[in-house]
Ligand binder design. Structure first.
Ligand code: PMV
Length: 343
């Protein structure tokens, strides 16, 4: 257990129904349930290595070559779950964590979801904690809300929960990849810049200042219920409408915060218009746009429509890259290809 290097690979997830706004920012308790698709770690992933050793005098976390500062609020969750795992294992050795994302961090491509799920999974293995998936999703949630969903593959539901201690705010898989393997995400990379307002700040700011946010939890719960139905019936047309409505609803409450938060830019808006146009031409929804806390677009569609959609959006000014990603069948997995050699 000590002085042994463990490595895992996990991936981001893209929410069909969004989590935005916390009722408890310390342990990331949401106001509403949310629903996501885990993305293929063969294409987009976070790799993390960890070693616990008595040789270290403090926990050290290096992400994409930069050491993280424990004092920064957005990093606190990472250190907190290492401490929680250490207490569970009843040890006092400190950890060295080295992590690498193969996609831009902080650009609204859910790097925290990927990193959080991977770290929780790894802590469980490295310290032999024998936690089950539900417990792991609760631990990952404390790192970053969306990480709670990243413990599983397929389509994942995060139950908002009602209790103050968060024991009922966990995720579970609701659909396996093989049940609808045609669903894909076309990631449209527009900006690699880190967002101006971190999601950690944004969750609190919106929940405390937006008037529109008062109805958001009820709207999102309804979206979750309907999306679950459409997923079970493989009704893409109606699922797409819910995905687009929910993204619009989240960005509306962001804008309604005071002072407002904007994550979309002109290219994002052009993508929205273009997807609407494509759907109108087809007389049914063949694509759904969705945006997280950044301008990059995720276009959810079915494999058979991929080429048509890419062809019809590729000329939009400001697009830097287009990455096609399938659903992943699993959450994080172990790897023998370590990022730590000597320490
Ligand atoms: O998990 P966080 O704190 O980074 O929140 C991000 C939430 C969104 O990505 C904007 C939406 C979601 O449900 O993933």
């Amino acid at each position: 257990m000590l002085d042994k290097i463990y490595t895992a690979i996990g991936s981001p997830n893209i929410a069909f129904v969004k989590y935005w706004g916390t009722r408890n920012e310390k342990i990331n308790l949401p106001f509403n349930s949310s629903l996501s698709m885990t993305l293929d770690k063969g294409v987009i992933s976070t790799k993390t290595s960890i070693v616990f050793s008595k040789k270290f005098d403090k926990d050290k976390i290096i992400v994409d070559g930069n050491e993280l500062n424990l004092e920064e609020p957005k990093n606190k969750g990472r250190f907190d779950i290492i401490e929680e795992a250490r207490k569970k294992a009843n040890i006092d050795a400190k950890a060295l964590v080295v992590s690498h994302n193969n996609f831009p961090k902080g650009s609204g491509l859910a790097s925290s979801a990927s990193a959080g799920a991977t770290l929780a999974f790894l802590l469980n293995k490295a310290l032999e904690l024998n936690m089950n998936e539900r417990e792991l999703s609760i631990m990952a949630r404390k790192f970053s809300g969306s990480a709670c969903r990243g413990i599983y593959g397929g389509i994942v539901l995060w139950h908002r929960g009602m209790s103050d201690d968060g024991t009922d705010s966990y995720s579970e898989q609701v659909l396996k990849k093989e049940e609808w393997s045609d669903l894909i995400d076309i990631i449209v990379l527009i900006s690699e810049q880190e967002k101006k307002v971190s999601s950690k700040e944004g969750h609190v700011h919106t929940a405390t200042t937006s008037e529109l946010f008062r109805i958001r939890p009820e709207v999102a719960e309804r979206h979750v219920e309907r999306a679950l139905d459409y997923l079970k019936n493989k009704d893409f047309h109606n699922l797409a409408e819910i995905i687009m409505r929910d993204s619009n609803s989240m960005h509306a409450v962001m804008l309604d915060s005071y002072p407002p938060i904007f994550y979309l830019n002109e290219t994002s808006k052009e993508i929205i218009y273009r997807i609407n146009q494509i759907n109108e031409e087809n007389k049914e929804n063949i694509a759904a746009y969705t945006f997280d806390a950044g301008p990059n677009a995720n276009i959810i569609t079915l494999k058979k429509y991929k080429d048509e959609i890419i062809e019809k959006i590729r000329d939009i000014q400001g697009i830097k890259d287009i990455i096609v990603v399938e659903m992943d069948q699993s959450g994080p997995i172990l790897s023998n290809d370590h990022l730590i050699n000597d320490y």
